[in-house]
Write a protein that binds this ligand. Structure first.
Ligand code: PLP
Length: 361
């Protein structure tokens, strides 16, 4: 069984024992017991604090991709216009997903090593008049963080009905203000900065998004509509995942006990130390400018003279697990995931030491 001595994969992250313990309990039926409904209500309130929203939050079984699909399928009808802002694999991918459900998609694309330019987005919004704007906060495969706040302002100013934001690898580890930034669908997975196993999809859904969801009336396993009143009516569309939600309560409690601002500050500090250390080894950050870098994941160019396979082997030999990358960045970029439980100074220090040995500095 693989267990990294120094876990630095950008999700799934290392699951703390307190969170793991919630899986050892033999719970009753989550379809029947008041105790489960109380738990769900408490976790929804915790997530509201963490995502800074008053919106109703759906907690679905699955992981990040379930949230991404649920938000699209529940809000879109064939022919609806979607403006997909893309700066990386997930941003472009969401555009493809929206197209596959029949939407008319225009992509506002940027290079993978850069972030969104709001002026370009504004021109596209005014010209294309989309029903939905989609974007990714942290593009995990390229280690960048996009200015969701600035796009949210544009979306509100130009009256776009729905703003869909993939916050899967940014939530908890970076500033994220769902309501202030006018996000209608804020999408999160359990396995990144919350450091739970990959078994839950979390969606904060605004009132106006719920209205659209009711009009579209999509039905399917990933449909959001049944979650609108599931708690009040004690009726979920499938047996909810008691173990996962109990673990999520522990994870949320850990964040709130540390304090959300303190958690975000810890990520910023650790990320900065990581970038500084990487540069001091003569390695090159992947994002074009340092201010584009995400506080949750650092993407670094693979030294050509070593290659990704060999670098990975040398790091694994030293007990360090890091991520490669995907799509056009496969083999060219590797990533250090200092997110959630892994945003710790000592883990970054150990990773940098192993990296120093691996690149022969
Ligand atoms: N969105 C982003 C930005 C991600 O980084 C990921 C996973 O890496 C996902 C969505 C999909 O999440 P999951 O792998 O939990 O399905």
């Amino acid at each position: 069984m693989i267990s990294y001595r120094v876990p630095m994969v950008p999700g799934p992250t290392w699951v703390p024992p307190e969170v793991r313990a919630a899986y050892q309990v033999d719970y009753g039926s989550s379809d029947l017991e008041e105790e489960f409904f109380d738990l769900y209500g408490r976790v929804e309130a915790q997530l509201g604090q963490i995502l800074r929203t008053r919106s109703r939050i759906a907690i679905m079984t699955g992981e990040g991709m379930v949230a991404l699909w649920a938000g699209l399928k529940s809000c879109l009808r064939p022919g609806d216009r979607v403006l997909a802002i893309a700066t990386g694999l997930f941003g472009y991918g969401i555009g493809d997903m929206a197209r596959s459900v029949g939407a008319r998609v225009e992509v506002v694309g940027f290079d993978y090593d850069s972030v969104v330019d709001p002026a370009v987005v504004e021109e596209a919004i005014v010209r294309f008049r989309p029903k939905m704007v989609t974007m990714v906060h942290c593009e995990t495969p390229s280690g960048t963080l996009n200015p969701v706040d600035e796009v949210g302002e544009l979306v509100a100013r130009h009256g776009v009905p729905l703003f869909y934001v993939d916050a899967v690898s940014s939530a908890v580890g970076s500033e994220l203000r769902t309501d202030d930034w006018k996000i209608d669908l804020c999408l999160v997975g359990s396995q990144k900065c919350l450091s739970c196993p990959s078994d839950l999809a979390i969606l904060a859904v605004s009132d106006r998004a719920w209205k659209t969801i009711a009009e579209v009336d999509y039905s399917g396993y990933d449909a959001l509509l049944p979650f609108r009143k599931a708690l009040e009516e004690r009726y979920f569309p499938y047996t909810p995942h008691w173990h996962g939600i109990a673990a999520l309560e522990v994870a949320c409690r850990m964040v709130l006990e540390e304090g959300l601002d303190a958690t975000i500050a810890r990520h910023a500090r650790v990320a900065e130390a990581c970038r500084k250390g990487v540069r001091s080894l003569g390695l090159e950050l992947y994002p074009r400018r340092e201010e584009y870098c995400s506080p949750t994941v650092t993407a670094v160019r693979v030294p050509e003279r070593i290659g990704w396979k060999e670098l990975d082997r040398r790091l694994r030999e030293r007990g360090v697990g890091v991520g490669g990358s995907y799509g056009p960045l496969a083999g060219k970029v590797f990533r250090l995931g200092h997110m959630g439980s892994q945003a710790r100074d000592e883990l970054v220090a150990q990773t940098l030491e192993a990296l120093r040995e691996a690149v022969g500095r």
